[in-house]
Design a protein around this ligand. Structure first.
Ligand code: NAD
Length: 295
């Protein structure tokens, strides 16, 4: 079993780190918000007071941070993980960030003699808790193979997307689909309400028809049909609308940079921007249905 450092113990990072502890790995953990380490320490992990502390003796360091800015802060510069990680330590960033930052961090790691992977995930908090995440991984094949047993303790599917940055490219495209599909499902439920169709009837029919998608069957935005979805607990996250907006902005930036057409993605971003401005930023992104309904 490996000595692993883990930084970023939020909605996703905490259950992911817990699964590594359950798999028997020795974990040292850090979060900017110190009380986030409590649940891990209770299960046998060691809390570090600094990000540098997680690097001591680590064979691998995993990060699950909000965005590219935090990833640069944790990995780059004086005292950053790339500087302080011991030789041979494998760096794995599971955050969803822009492709440019992922590539720059991997290149800086390589210069320092270290391997770094971008390994963003899909599956939400449910997948993180149940260790059924999908990892989309960018980086050297040899490093991906080294990471595979660790990632397998947190997920079910590990797909190498290509070289550095390819994991983030896949994630951004995936979330472009997700951001748009959630709005589509929400609009359908609101229309069904107006037409006098029950939530359960629409769910039963659409979930076995051509409207079927993850936003409907795993993350249904109305309470009832999928008991584990955030709609059943007042839209507590989960995956916040602020995070979805971040990802759609990443998609928009990538589309602009490459000349790809992603007009629905831009419109979806506008929806989440409006929702965030009305207080929805910390709410689960499926709460967008309340804005669409006008409730
Ligand atoms: P979160 O905000 O719940 O957690 C982020 C954690 O990072 C927090 O505990 C915060 O204190 C910590 N942090 C921030 N800056 C730090 C720093 N400089 N050093 C140490 N810790 C720091 O976010 P989350 O929902 O867990 O998402 C994390 C990443 O996973 C994001 O990139 C998100 O897009 C991605 N993601 C989230 C979901 C989801 O369903 N929540 C699903 C797939 C991917």
């Amino acid at each position: 079993m490996a000595r692993i450092g883990f930084i970023g113990l939020g909605n996703m990072g905490a259950p992911m780190a817990l699964n590594l502890v359950k798999a028997g790995h020795a974990l040292t953990v850090f979060d900017l918000t110190p009380d986030r380490t409590g649940v891990l320490v209770a299960e046998g992990a060691v809390a570090s007071e600094t990000p540098q502390g997680v690097a001591e003796g680590a064979e691998a360091i995993i990060t699950m941070l909000p965005a590219g800015r935090e990833v640069r802060a944790v990995y780059g510069g004086t005292g950053g993980l790339i500087e302080v990680a011991p030789p041979g330590c494998l760096l794995i960033d599971c955050s969803t960030i822009d492709v440019t930052t992922a590539r720059e961090m991997a290149a800086a790691a390589k210069e320092a003699g270290l391997s770094m992977l971008d390994a963003p995930v899909s599956g939400g908090v449910g997948g993180a808790t149940a260790a059924t995440l999908t990892f989309m991984v960018g980086g050297d094949e040899e490093a991906v193979e080294r990471a595979r047993p660790l990632l397998a303790s947190m997920g079910r599917s590990i797909v190498r997307a290509g070289e550095s940055g390819a994991g983030q490219a896949a994630k951004i495209c995936n979330n472009l689909i997700l951001g748009i599909s959630m709005i589509g499902v929400a609009e359908a439920f609101v229309l069904a309400e107006k037409l006098g169709l029950s939530h359960q009837a629409l769910f039963d029919i659409a979930s076995t028809s051509s409207g079927q998608c993850w936003s409907l069957t795993s993350y249904c935005p109305v309470p009832g049909p999928v008991p584990t979805s955030p709609a059943n607990r007042g839209y507590a996250p989960g995956f916040t609308a602020a995070m979805m907006l971040k990802d759609l902005e990443l998609a928009r930036g990538a589309a602009d940079a490459t000349g790809a057409h992603a007009e629905l993605g831009a419109l979806a971003a506008e929806f989440y921007r409006r929702y965030a401005a009305r207080g929805g930023a910390p709410v689960d992104f499926s709460g967008i249905i309340t804005m669409i309904r006008g409730s």
